[in-house]
Design a protein around this ligand. Structure first.
Ligand code: TXA
Ligand code: MG
Length: 354
């Protein structure tokens, strides 16, 4: 067990001494958790195979699911990737730094372990001053998956990271809760038209407006378990975002959803289970569950996305046996929310109708 160093930093203008220490740890092959605008990441020098190996081990992450490589400038993309298509330049200019990860053909300088031996690489530039300062000061691209134990909800606070990884990593930079709360959108630029493999902080509709042609891969919609080749969507066969409790997600028109959630709540409570309901401000009063938590207002999808992973972790802390979650419209950021909920449920999706 390591002693994990915890540094509080100002999210806007992090103290340079602290960044120096953290960057030194990265350069020496260590592991540093840091905030981004989406979720906390667990960073290692992407070009150091031993460091990346330690990263997989700390997270207990299967070796076939490669991390995203974070860069602090666009030039680095041309070192890490080859055959960078023209549309990538437009996307990088318009959406970086920001919650958009691009998949390219990889270059020879990238160690096999960093890309799980695929011939592609996932790269993004995060919009967070702490992340950018750390990457730039380290002088290397930083491989950073979300800083949770594999299979758990992603961390949106430093405490979530410590709950999962204390003693397993060298340090964490704590800059408070993250803004977006769901991970970046993963867009594959090695196919034509480009395909979204994971919906996230940059909505499909926004990319569609920018690119004209863009498709949603079935794994991004996640309405059911889809079997795909590892090269297209590594890691989909593994469980993701899952709380300890069994989770059901109820989808349909709002009135039908509320009725179904109430019905399921009664059913499981009568069976003697402790039931949690994941509701919204507009509906939370309708349920007689053991624990009711609201994601926020249905008119504010940003708020809902920001609260999602935190509330899933809170249900675990309350020790509920079953979580029944209301679905939200799968539009804008709502598509990312529904992707996470559907996967977290292990595709236990209940369709509600009258
Ligand atoms: O917002 C985010 O993206 C956060 C923060 C820390 O930047 N990072 C994150 O990383 O969510 P991670 O490792 O938890 O998720 C990376 C996703 C996985 O779904 C992985 O399968 C996919 O990116 N991925 C990585 N390399 C890929 C590749 N070459 N081809 C297709 N998908 C890839
Ligand atoms: Mg993750």
């Amino acid at each position: 067990m390591k002693k994990t160093l915890v540094f509080k930093v100002n999210p806007k203008s992090p103290d340079i001494q602290t960044i120096h220490i953290a960057a030194r740890i990265i350069r020496d092959g260590g592991l540093v958790a840091f905030p981004t605008e989406t979720v906390y990441g667990l960073g290692a020098d992407a070009l150091n195979p031993n460091a990346v190996k330690a990263l997989f081990k700390a997270k207990k992450r299967p070796l076939d699911n490669p991390p995203i490589v974070h860069v602090g400038n666009i030039q680095d993309v041309y070192r890490l990737a080859k055959d960078v298509p023209e549309e990538a330049e437009k996307l990088m200019k318009n959406f970086w730094p920001g919650p958009l990860t691009l998949i390219f053909k990889r270059s020879e300088i990238v160690p096999d372990i960093t890309v799980a031996s695929l011939d592609t690489i996932a790269i993004r530039m995060p919009r967070h001053n702490v992340a950018l300062a750390l990457i730039r000061e380290s002088g290397c691209p930083i491989a950073a998956p979300s800083a949770n134990l594999a299979g758990k909800p992603s961390p949106t606070t430093a405490q979530h990271v410590l709950d999962d990884l204390y003693g397993r990593i060298d340090a964490i930079l704590d800059a408070g809760p993250t803004k977006i709360g769901v991970e970046s959108t993963v867009l594959d630029l090695t196919v034509d038209p480009p395909q979204i493999l994971r919906p996230g902080g940059t909505p499909y509709e926004v990319l569609k407006a920018a690119l004209g042609r863009v498709e949603l891969h079935p794994v991004a919609v996640a309405e059911k378990k889809v079997l795909v080749g590892k090269a297209r969507s590594p890691g989909v066969k593994h469980r993701h975002y899952a709380p300890k409790a069994r989770l059901f997600v109820v989808e349909g028109s709002l009135a039908a959803v509320v009725r179904k959630v109430a019905e399921l709540t009664d059913y499981y409570r009568r069976s003697g289970e402790k039931v949690g309901v994941l509701a919204t401000d507009e509906t939370a009063g309708a349920y007689g569950a053991d624990v009711v938590k609201s994601l926020g207002s249905r008119s504010n999808m940003e708020e809902i996305a920001r609260n999602l992973f935190r509330l899933l972790r809170e249900f675990d802390a309350e020790g509920v046996d079953v979580i029944i979650a209301e679905g939200v419209p799968a539009e804008g950021l709502g598509l990312a929310v529904m992707n996470r909920l559907r996967k977290a449920s292990g595709y236990k999706i209940v369709k509600a109708s009258f």
